[in-house]
Design a protein around this ligand. Structure first.
Ligand code: NAD
Ligand code: HSO
Ligand code: ZN
Length: 434
């Protein structure tokens, strides 16, 4: 894992950004081809891409009730500890998400005037659950539960099948615990396209949420506008700010926990102590071979793993805010005070015992978080992503007449005499009758 000084990192970051833009252009060509094919050929293209990318030759994209129930019963009876853990995590997520549910409001600024905001759940939502390099029952809980809490009528999951055409029974079990309505065996850009435009098998969704690899993230970007999306939740990222009060083994283990997601995951440690940086580096090297997914981790750490040495805390905080990481662990002595200074991060883990996987699986806040710097303007997935707002306006006759001339003045200034007329017609009708 590379150790860099702040200035070197900043310079490299500019070059990396240019290289990323180039890579994305190539990716776009592939993703757009997939989207167009699914738009034009529906299920036929969906089956073909599933065979090509996931090696599964399917006769149906939908998981049948029978298949779903068998998977649920099997996990419940054969893996009771796991079933219990998922149920407990689901309850923590539910409790947290209920607190984020906004209610509408009404108020009356004057007698005869009532203004408000009505909040309505979305009708049909597609949840993308990644499934290429790992299986993500936790993502099922994280992304379906807020939709259910919001009151969404139909929650549909898409996830890539295994080569034998099945879906991990634990994913199906989590889908039932969370309250999903249907599960479809399809992943990648083709799943995003199928949810965006509908196919013979898949219903067209109003919104697509959920993380995924670069193909998924890019496809979501391309279908946005035809369908709503939550955010760009791409390859996982972790940034740990630590000092010598934190065992380097904790920092290394947390960094590697995210590196194991995929080769393009990014793990960064920020510190102001050069000697400590070396200790973390050594620990990373020591721990990698001990982990099952060492090959993925090694590539991720070699490509995107960095330990950055800053001059002081202020420079470190400035750097963290520039990176706007998906996960930020404030692990050192000043963690509590540093929280206030953080402007951009998807989730902030405070103190050496708030290890990132706690948030991935159990604590309650969502693990679907903005990545790739988008925490500057995006938030964690929540109930608010599954609800939309309508304004409500009521004026009595008397109040409209009070303000008729004011409204007509603005309408005429815009040259929109039809607007002015809609108000005037009521005023004149009233003048004639009185
Ligand atoms: N941000 C979050 O909240 C969060 C949560 C969980 C996982 N993740 C991230 O999601 C990602 C999951 O990636 P994954 O690959 O394991 O699963 P995935 O389901 O996102 O992607 C698998 C799909 O990618 C498509 N694909 C693979 N190679 C392709 C190619 N050459 N051309 C076109 N399509 C191709 C296939 O259709 C396949 O079904 C990881 O990067 C992980 O870090 C993020
Ligand atoms: N760390 C991932 C989000 O970046 C979420 C996850 C799911 N399972 C394990 N981790
Ligand atoms: Zn994770």
């Amino acid at each position: 894992m590379q150790i860099l000084r702040y200035e070197t990192y900043k310079q490299n970051a500019v070059n990396t950004e240019k290289a990323t833009q180039l890579m994305q252009r190539n990716l776009d060509e592939q993703v757009l081809e997939i989207i167009r094919a699914v738009q034009e050929h529906g299920d036929e293209a969906a089956f073909a891409y599933t065979k090509k990318f996931d090696k599964a030759d399917l006769s149906s994209l939908l998981v049948s009730d029978e298949e779903w129930n068998i998977a649920f019963d099997k996990v419940k009876s054969e893996q009771p500890a796991l079933f219990q853990a998922l149920t407990e995590a689901a309850e923590n997520i539910r409790q947290y998400q209920r607190r984020t549910k906004e209610e509408g409001f009404q108020f009356s600024p004057q007698p005869g005037i009532r203004l408000g905001q009505k909040i309505t759940p979305l009708e049909r939502v597609g949840v993308y659950v990644p499934g290429g390099k790992a299986s993500y029952p936790s993502t099922v809980l994280m992304d379906v539960i807020p939709a259910v809490v919001a009151g969404v009528e139909q929650v549909v999951i898409t996830t890539p099948p295994r080569p034998d055409g099945t879906i991990d029974p634990v994913v199906l079990t989590a889908a039932k615990i969370a309250g999903a309505d249907q599960v479809f065996k399809i992943g990648g850009a083709q799943a995003v396209a199928a949810l965006a435009y509908g196919t013979e098998s898949l219903p067209k969704a109003d919104k697509i949420v959920g993380p995924g690899n670069a193909f998924v993230a890019r496809a979501k970007k391309w279908v946005f506008g035809d369908v709503a999306i939550d955010m760009i939740a791409g390859p996982s990222e972790i940034c740990a700010f630590a000092d010598n009060t934190v065992p380097p083994s904790y920092v290394a283990a947390d960094l590697l926990s995210q590196a194991e997601h995929a080769e393009d995951a990014a793990s960064i440690c920020v510190t102001t102590d050069a000697a400590y940086a070396e200790k973390v580096q050594k620990e990373v090297e020591r721990q990698i071979p001990l982990l099952e997914r060492a090959a993925i981790i090694r590539e991720s750490i070699q490509t995107n793993g960095k330990i950055i040495i800053c001059e002081d805390e202020a420079q470190a905080i400035e750097l963290i805010n520039t990176i706007a990481p998906e996960h930020l662990q404030l692990m050192g002595n000043n963690a509590e005070e540093q929280v206030e200074k953080i402007k951009h991060a998807g989730a902030i883990f405070i103190g050496p015992y708030s290890s990132e996987p706690l948030g991935d699986y159990f604590a309650g806040p969502n693990h679907t978080l903005p990545t790739n710097g988008t925490a500057r303007f995006s938030s964690p997935l929540g109930v608010y992503d599954f609800m939309k707002k309508s304004s409500t306006i009521h004026y009595s006759k008397e109040r409209l007449l009070d303000y008729a001339d004011t409204i007509i003045t603005i309408a005429e200034a815009e040259g929109l005499t039809g607007h002015a007329n809609a108000i005037r017609i009521r005023k004149e009708n009233n003048d004639a009758s009185s």
